[in-house]
Design a protein around this ligand. Structure first.
Ligand SMILES: *Cc1c(COP(=O)(O)O)cnc(C)c1O
Length: 375
């Protein structure tokens, strides 16, 4: 085997797909807006350092992550430019923010106050709550927000809000999104009247695809950059051509005959109804393959043909019934997400089969998987 990473179980990253997605999404940016790719959660499972390095090579110089530690990982790998930590950082972790020159989100005035006492100057963006009721000061609390800009020890460079119903074409969702945008716009002008004019941003993937006219200085794009939407059925106003970046593969470690009436795996869930054959794969739920795909609710591709998962997915392994697919041998590659010959299993298929969205399936892909860039 020439590529030592393609041993047990691995992710392949299609770098040209990533570049096409970057180009397509860049072409949709409103004036004055730049991409700030969301590379949190290990770049939605793709591998944060690999993805950020590829994006940096494409000229991208702003990134957002969820935690200070994720930001530090990027800096340690040599990523330059702005790195915004979108989520809460406890005052006991502020060392990391300063040491790695990260920009920290203030999730509330109290959070800002606790950071202002840190002793060294911190770069900050303020989170603004325009209706999601997750993090942020309420947009109508102008004085509370203005007071953060005046706090000693903080260099407040920006503020942002997050849209939480921007992914459908439902009238009620559109109206809600408009109310969020209006609350944010009003706050901006109230602050401007007080001489405060921070960088402001509002769009994520669905914001960019549905409401590019809302503008802002950054589009914090995650899922679309990886070439998929959250759900296959989602419809957006401006749909670019997106190409999935990630494939998930594992090795067939053994092929064995199983006689009619014999069992496979834990709990005797699977009992062969006929003489068949089973392929054993070196990947399991600890690698992020959802256990909900057990018992044929999911499958794998081997040599371009589909084999349903037999029995329960194990922590580190799983079995597939290859009775219908002809020849398969130990050492073959099995595809869990991606293409094999003419066939494809998409991340949407996995998400649908386990009642989730592509974001969750991807971001749970585990640290044990090797990640290989394919050019
Ligand atoms: C994760 C996140 C994003 C990116 O969302 P996508 O829908 O994946 O583009 C943008 N903004 C905030 C605040 C986030 O937490």
């Amino acid at each position: 085997m020439s590529d030592t990473k393609k041993g047990r179980a691995w992710i392949e990253l299609d770098v040209s797909a990533l570049r096409r997605n970057v180009n397509a999404l860049s072409g949709m940016l409103p004036p004055g807006c730049e991409l700030m790719p969301a590379v949190k959660a290990n770049a939605y499972g793709h591998g944060a350092v690999l993805i950020a390095n590829e994006l940096a090579a494409m000229g991208i110089s702003s990134f957002c992550v969820a935690t200070a530690k994720e930001g530090a990982e990027l800096r340690c790998a040599g990523i330059e430019g702005d790195i915004l930590v979108l989520g809460y950082t406890h005052p006991c972790e502020l060392d990391t923010v300063v040491k790695y020159d990260l920009i920290q989100t203030a999730v509330s005035r109290e959070h800002a106050e606790s950071m202002s006492g840190f002793g060294r100057e911190l770069r900050v963006h303020i989170a603004v709550d325009t209706g999601m009721h997750r993090i942020g000061e309420r947009a109508d609390e102008v004085e509370r927000i203005a007071s953060i800009f005046r706090m000693r020890g903080l260099r407040v460079e920006g503020m942002f809000t997050h849209l939480c119903a921007d992914d459908t074409q439902k009238t009620s969702d559109i109206e809600f999104t408009m109310s969020q945008a209006e609350a944010f716009r009003r706050l901006k002008s109230e602050l401007a009247a007080r001489g405060i004019e921070p960088r402001a941003h509002i769009l994520g993937s669905y914001g960019l695809l549905n409401y590019p006219e809302l503008g802002g200085c950054y589009a914090r794009v995650g899922i679309a950059l990886y070439g998929v939407l959250s759900d296959r059925e989602d419809r957006v106003e401006h749909m670019p051509t997106l190409s999935p970046v990630l494939s998930l593969k594992a090795r067939v470690t053994a092929v064995k005959a199983v006689g009619r009436g014999e069992y496979v795996g834990y709990g005797l869930d699977y009992r062969a109804e006929r003489d068949t054959a089973i392929a054993v794969l070196s990947i399991g739920y600890a690698d992020g393959v959802p256990r909900a795909l057990s018992d044929g609710r999911g499958g794998v591709l081997i040599n371009g043909r589909y084999a349903p998962i037999a029995g329960r997915i194990c922590m580190d392994q799983l079995m597939a019934d290859i009775g219908d697919i002809g020849a398969a041998s130990a050492g073959d590659e099995a595809v869990l997400i991606g293409k094999s010959g003419e066939r494809e299993i998409s991340v949407y298929d996995l998400a649908r089969a386990c009642g989730s969205i592509s974001n969750e399936v991807l971001s749970r892909l585990g640290a044990r998987l090797e990640r290989v860039a394919v050019r």
